[in-house]
Design a protein around this ligand. Sequence first.
Ligand SMILES: *Cc1c(COP(=O)(O)O)cnc(C)c1O
Length: 462
Amino acid sequence: MNKVRIDLDQEAIPKYWYNILPDLPKPLPPPIDPETREPVKPEKLEVIFPKELVRQEMSQDRWIPIPEEVREAYMQWRPTPLFRAKRLERVLKTPAKIYYKYEGVSPPGSHKPNTAVAQAYYNMKEGVERLATETGAGQWGSALAFGCNMFGMKSTIYMVKVSYYQKPHRKTLMQLWGAEVLPSPSDRTNFGRKLLKEDPDNPGSLGIAIGEAIEDAVTHDDTKYSLGSVLNHVLLHQTVIGLEALEQLKQVEEYPDVIFGCVGGGSSFSGLFWPFYYEKIQGKAEKNVRFVAVEPTACPTLTKGVYTFDHGDTAKLTPLLKMFTLGHDFIPPPVHAGGLRYHGDAPTLSLLAKEGEVDAIAYDQVSVFEAAKLFVETEGILPAPEPSHAIKAVIDEALRCKEREEEKTILFLLCGHGHFDMKAFEDFIEGKLVSYEHPREKIEESIERLKERYPWVEKIGY
Ligand SMILES: *Cc1c(COP(=O)(O)O)cnc(C)c1O
């Protein structure tokens, strides 16, 4: 009952992933091809993704079996531990109980290999030799390099140029796992060359890097593309997190009142809360659990964005996805939570937020790093800047519980450690971090440009 660390045996690694598609409050709007204005045909997606992942992307099967080879790869670091943050509770003098699921124990140090190994496996099975992808802070790139390495595949990683130079250690880690890493925009693609010609100092963005990686996959027969967040199949693979957490909480006879997670594209948070959502809609949940997404004020997709069809990338190569967006030409300020700077959000998470099933809040990075400091002082684990957003929200919730004398059970996802983010923590200690709030006008301008480009976008019947 009074455990600090709750572990599971390896046999408890889930045998199925949970797919939320059949359980959404409304059917998910399909991706739209801007040329035909019709839903994208699976054959078109099969140019860049293997067939099995396209099948999973659209599947209405609630439970999708995890291949034995993928479960075996998971055994390298799963099941991941669930901790009770007793020392943090004590310092906050809160009657709330705080639990966190810790994904930083994976070799790349985050939740991302949960999908990277699965994606590498299915591509390998279908004879693909190389995967191309983008990476921002380097977490996804390192996870995919690790996944490809596990299944004997090559990988090419387009890394946002500012991060390539600011975070060289992740680049080195990817190279050690056998990846070719290029600063994006690069001279490897037509899109990259065009941007470099316009501005040789273009700092890059996640959207630009996605554009380059897709172009690479489309123009090479032995190569496919891989995405680390946003898509249904990616979020699905992350549900091992929540399925394990359910079992672990059962062991200590607990059930969460509220679940927090940071959101970049929404994969880690969805991986944690989807299984609890399933229990809730089935009427099986012990409590009326709330789901709260936490994002930076510098990239306030759910809290200030617009719910509409938009491209997933700056190069406008991807189909239009119905999601909360800041506009695909959004260029984020160089705040430290690199993984949370994406202009959109997963269509499933966006739909759930639109329908009021998920709440969202935004925090400024200065308050987020203060929360991270309190966490590392009390719990000892250095959190990545991204989940530190969730930690800030949890601390605020725990303090509210103290005021109201509520004994809530809080669960959050510590989706990665911050060992590669030392520059950010150094800047914090030296008082160099600045507050930033993305202005509403900029979002409106960007959405105006989108509407000018696709005047029919609001008339699509989804
Ligand atoms: C990639 C990443 C994120 C953001 O991606 P989601 O799809 O929203 O999970 C957050 N935290 C860490 C540690 C990451 O690596």
